[in-house]
Design a protein around this ligand. Structure first.
Ligand code: VG1
Ligand code: CO
Length: 542
């Protein structure tokens, strides 16, 4: 029954910020997915008899690749696989299953916010026993293994029906198909005051949640509509579609434009939220108040004690380097430890595992805590709902109070998507070469105080990750960051992050782009990005 199939290596199976992402048609190349899955198993340590979790965001190819994972897991000696019914598991739900059932690891099939379908993207992520994304030393080993792979092992059996819950077998290995929502929803009930949120709902509180035709639909229907009693129709685009309805499930004002427009209109409900393709990220919006993810992290950190799961307070906060320093102010005032990591959730794992931090966040709409080892979109929405219920304030009111108490970190990210990769790399290289000469340079009232290529020294395992983004820091705390995305599949995406701190309450109501316009101009002047990238304006402004 077990076949050993001869194969030859592919040379592009290098996982990026979050797993291996390629065009769907690349994953349809014969042996392509099998090679990568075998490389994972070859680097996963002693897997014989162990439990593996598998599921994905429901995109095109999800079920086909799950069948391959099941058959290859059996052939490689796993004792048991837990898979989500229909092949569905959100990324945080997969992380929860790995932790709850002490799995050896998990395979999550997703390219997150990248468009799905035959013409879109597909991805494979590997998570380790703590439930979190494989750290760089593991992804590096997987890449090395993939470069010399000559065979993979697969069981020659019929497909396992994924739509029926219950146990099956492939040879000695048990396959258990589970409800993808149940364990996750149960965990959420332990972390938040569902009764208080239900009371708020019964007093007329209304929300719109946009699942963007991706994986969070089933979770959101169950949690918001069934368990919290919100009206039917609260969740829109709530059925996962193989092509995500042709959309781009990136929860930001550009790609969740319908929700954004509603929340800025007179018809807005009290609160709006959206998730990305695999459910690990979130956008939250108040009535007439877009909430920047960096502000959301800071506000959640300042108010987390209102939720039962954080009743005893939080140990510390970690944020990715490009995320604004709004959370640093909360940490400083409350005597909490604060860590600055490279972009990507894998860098938070050690900090969470060793109890150094409780809350983590990224400017890209990712927030999470120690309850799993992934960022968690619905968790963040529920924490917001819990804080709204416990405080009795509106979302906009909470944000304004936060700015009054801590000052406002004006913050924006400009993305130039799908630009020429050579031009983007050359721009970054040139900037890097000029870093040493930048300190002291003046631009009007702004003076550069420091400039570097961010390197992270992990305080737990002492590993060093270099070239994690170019930082240009100004006296007074303003910053400009340049980074290349590690999740795209076409050309390059340049991300430019700008931040400026404003303590003056009278200046808290400016338009973000206007408040940042001096920094936006400096970013262009320093890098000549528009000329070099041959673009007049960013693809996405957040
Ligand atoms: C982007 C975000 C990063 C996030 C990553 C994966 O990476 O910037 O913050 O962790 O996506 O998120 P990059 O390298 O393109 O900037 V997800 O939701 O796509 O798993
Ligand atoms: Co995601």
């Amino acid at each position: 029954m077990i076949q050993t199939v001869a194969t030859s290596p592919f040379h592009d199976q290098n996982p990026g910020t979050s797993g291996l992402r390629k065009k769907t048609r690349v994953f349809e190349t014969p042996h392509y997915a099998e090679n990568f899955i075998q490389s994972i198993f070859d680097c996963a340590g002693d897997i014989v008899g162990k439990l593996l979790v598998v599921g994905g965001d429901g995109r095109y190819l999800n079920s086909e690749i799950i069948q391959k994972v099941l058959k290859m897991a059996a052939a490689n000696g796993f004792g048991r696989v837990t898979a989500g019914q229909n092949g569905w598991l959100s990324t945080p739900a997969a992380s929860n299953l790995i932790r709850k059932y002490s799995a050896h690891g998990g395979i999550i099939l997703s390219a997150s916010h990248n468009p799905a379908g035959q013409a879109g993207d597909f991805g494979i992520k590997y998570n380790v026993a703590n439930g979190g994304p494989a750290p760089e030393k593991v992804t590096g080993a997987i890449y090395q293994a993939s470069r010399t792979l000559t065979r993979y092992k697969i069981a020659d059996v019929a497909d396992i029906p994924l739509d029926i819950a219950g146990e099956r077998r492939i040879g000695d290995m048990v396959v258990e198909i589970v409800n993808p929502v149940a364990d996750y929803a149960a965990l959420m009930e332990t972390l938040f005051d569902f009764a208080a949120i239900r009371r708020m709902v019964s007093h007329g509180f209304r929300m719109r949640f946009d699942a963007m035709n991706a994986i969070t639909g089933p979770y959101a229907h169950e949690i918001f509509e069934h368990r919290l009693g919100m009206e039917t129709g609260t969740v829109v685009n709530g059925t996962p579609l193989p092509d995500f309805g042709g959309g781009h499930p990136d929860p930001n004002p550009t790609y969740a434009a319908g929700l954004y427009t509603l929340m800025m209109s007179d018809a807005a409900p009290d609160f709006g939220a959206a998730s990305d393709g695999d459910g690990d990220r979130n956008m939250v919006i108040g009535r007439d108040m877009f909430i920047s993810p960096s502000d959301s992290l800071a506000l959640l950190a300042a108010n987390a004690h209102l939720a039962p799961g954080c009743r005893d307070g939080i140990a510390g906060i970690a944020r990715s380097m490009p995320t604004s320093a709004a959370a640093d102010r909360v940490a400083a005032r409350n005597g909490l430890k604060m860590y600055e990591t490279p972009t990507g959730w894998k860098f938070f794992g050690n900090l969470l595992d060793s109890g150094l931090v409780t809350l983590c966040g990224e400017e890209s709409f990712g927030t999470g805590s120690g309850h799993v080892r992934e960022k968690d979109g619905l968790w963040a929405v529920l924490l917001w709902l819990n804080i709204l219920a416990a405080s009795g304030k509106t979302a906009a009111g909470l944000v304004r109070n936060h700015w009054r108490d801590y000052g406002r970190n004006y913050y924006s990210r400009h993305d130039y998507e799908g630009v020429d990769a050579g031009a983007a790399t050359a721009m970054m290289d040139d900037l890097r070469a000029r870093l040493a000469a930048l300190p002291g340079t003046q631009f009007g009232p702004l003076t550069i105080s420091a400039a570097d290529d961010f390197a992270y020294h992990d305080p737990v395992d002492q590993s060093v990750s270099e070239h994690q983004g170019i930082r240009i820091l100004f006296e007074g705390g303003a910053r400009i960051i340049f980074r290349l995305s590690g999740t795209g599949t076409e050309g390059a995406t340049v991300r430019i992050y700008m931040e400026h701190y404003e303590a003056d309450l009278d200046l808290h109501n400016m338009d973000t782009q206007e408040a940042l316009s001096p920094l936006i101009a400096i970013a262009d002047e320093i890098s000549a990005l528009k000329l070099r990238l041959n673009r007049l304006r960013p693809t996405v402004i957040v």
